[in-house]
Design a protein around this ligand. Sequence first.
Ligand code: FEO
Length: 165
Amino acid sequence: MISKKMAKTLNQQINAELYSAYLYLSMSAYASHINMPGAAKWFFVQGQEETTHAHKIYGYLLDVGEPVTLEAIQKPPVTFKSVLAMFEAALSHEKKVTALINGLSNQAAGEKDNATQIFMQWFVTEQVEEEKNATEIIARIKMAGSSTGALMFIDKDLGHREFKG
Ligand code: FEO
């Protein structure tokens, strides 16, 4: 069993993960719109992964016998300044998610809730990967500078991302 307070925070995290999915789907649509098909694919896959994050928490709440409460999902931005601006926004968003995940992990530790603490470990590790990925892509785009050819090369590479679940 987990506390009602913990169940509430986990439900809020489902909403945060679904907002992330929505945000990245919006970025994917915009990347398609500005003819960056590789970035569009990358953000689309990122959105799919965020949905699986929400599903993991959804499954956990059901496993521990707590209700799942789905709230309204906030509208994401529709337009972005550039592909670089999108990845910078993605990194900034992931830093906020990391703070939420760490908060959940700390709450579980504070409540001596071992099950939730162990469950959250996967998310803590995942956030390291997510911040690293966005940081590396931002660095590569900055290196490309004003070279359209280099940007096209990066875009092609981003398009190789596959959904792994
Ligand atoms: Fe599910 Fe990007 O954190």
